[in-house]
Design a protein around this ligand. Structure first.
Ligand code: C2E
Ligand code: CA
Ligand code: CA
Length: 397
């Protein structure tokens, strides 16, 4: 390249590169991009081509780019070496890293490879973007998974069900919790998240049934974004039917802060449709929102989940005790079940059992876990059931 630059000078060289770019473009579709990365180095992006087709296109591009060009009264015949890199998950790739990697490969190419098209695999783990991509992108590549946290009945000690909690299995950052990816999610992200979580919870029910494990219900967290989709209830009920799963095994957890809905009738219609079909509804983070008691009754809320802020230290803190007692008394009057969330100690568990809370959920029982770990957890839990608070004291059996 330096020899040629000396001979043609800057203007001649620019003209030559421009002509090559034009020739390359002629072999491509309009949506494919050609970029000049450095003098004599081009990056071409082919969209949606199989490997075989991409190979054929690369050859054609090479032939076009090698057409003789007239410059300074001479014919110059470029020789192009191509590097074809397959990107099965383009959303995850950092472009700068990809270009840097490709450049290095070309620099290291041996003389026998000059003028050829070399095909290589893209080392995904080395080229992944460090920048966050969208949740919808992560769903597409199967990185949004579900962890499952059990709920336990205070009377029998048995596991009544699991709550599914979203996790992003990020290729470079490890397992991410919702706090790091849910804020700022778009409507598309929300819909993609719920659609994939629904599949995960249905897969889980099938897995537990096939493994002979008696897990009655699984809970799915939903937001008002999904409830605003006119086809939401229909989609859920269709999926349940397709998998032959009884609707009462699916619990929808809706944040109390989302009540009461605005005047939009769609969320009401969705909820009504789902509840009439038999799905259950839990009001999440109870005590932090403003659900009217009337709405709880008329909608047929199945359980309220007492927010962790009231549960922490309830075995020792008189203020917490007053709040929890008041919520439990109200729930009893309304005829709805109760789950205490964020139960971290055996003492809190024992106190809540004594007060008559129906179920507990929290680190004192188990942290959220991948589906594969649930059978082992259930075996261990059932083995120690007699030593659980409430059961051990013999008061509530
Ligand atoms: P949430 O529905 O109230 O879930 C309970 C959260 O408390 C979970 O956090 C859980 O890991 C955590 N937790 C459970 N037991 C304990 C405990 O004993 N102590 C403490 N300190 N924390 C405990 P996570 O998994 O980070 O989820 C946070 C929130 O993200 C959830 O709160 C829920 O509102 C939302 N979320 C999670 N998955 C989904 C989903 O698939 N869809 C939607 N729309 N929201 C989701
Ligand atoms: Ca929840
Ligand atoms: Ca909650």
């Amino acid at each position: 390249m330096p020899v040629l630059t000396d001979h043609l000078e800057r203007a001649g060289m620019s003209y030559l590169l421009e002509q090559i770019t034009i020739n390359l473009r002629e072999a491509l579709r309009p949506q494919d991009r050609v970029e000049v990365v450095a003098p004599g180095l081009f990056a071409i992006t082919l969209h949606c081509r199989s490997r075989t087709v991409a190979k054929a296109v690369a050859k054609r591009v090479q032939q076009h780019g090698q057409q003789g060009l007239a410059a300074k009264g001479q014919t110059i015949k470029p020789v192009l070496t191509g590097l074809l890199m397959a990107c099965p998950q383009p959303a995850l790739i950092c472009k700068a890293k990809l270009l840097g990697y490709g450049r290095k490969q070309l620099e290291n190419a041996g003389p026998e490879e000059l003028g050829r098209v070399i095909m290589i695999e893209t080392p995904l783990d080395r080229l992944t973007s460090d920048m966050p991509i969208t949740v919808a992108d992560a769903v597409k590549v199967g990185q949004i998974i579900a962890y499952f946290q059990p709920k336990v009945c205070c009377n029998s000690g048995r596991v009544t069900g699991f709550e599914a909690l979203a996790r992003w299995r990020h290729p470079t950052q490890g397992i991410l919790s919702p706090a790091s990816f849910m804020p700022g999610m778009t409507v598309t992200d929300h819909r993609a998240l719920t659609a994939t979580m629904l599949q995960h919870v249905l897969d889980a029910l099938v897995f537990w049934d096939e493994s002979g494990l008696h897990v009655e219900t699984v809970s799915l967290n939903i937001s008002n974004v999904e409830l605003g989709d006119p086809r939401f209830s229909q989609t859920i009920l269709q999926e349940l039917k397709k998998r032959k799963i009884a609707p009462h095994r699916l619990v929808l957890e809706l944040l109390e802060s989302m009540w009461p809905f605005n005047s939009d009738p769609i969320p009401h219609r969705n909820l009504k449709h789902l509840l009439e079909a038999g799905c259950r509804l839990d009001l999440d983070d109870f005590g932090t929102g403003y659900a009217s008691l009337d709405a709880i009754r008329t909608f047929g809320v199945h359980r309220i989940k007492i927010d962790r802020t009231y549960v922490t230290g309830c075995d020792v803190d008189a203020n917490q005790q007053r709040m929890v007692s008041a919520i439990l008394a109200m729930a009893e009057q309304l005829g709805v079940g109760t789950v205490a969330e964020g139960v971290e100690t055996r003492q809190e568990h024992a106190y809540l059992a004594q007060l008559g809370c129906d179920e507990v959920q929290g680190y004192a029982i188990a942290r959220p876990m991948p589906l594969e770990q649930t059978p082992e957890f259930l075996t261990r839990h059932n083995d120690r059931i007699d030593s659980l608070p409430g059961i051990a004291s013999g008061i509530f059996c």
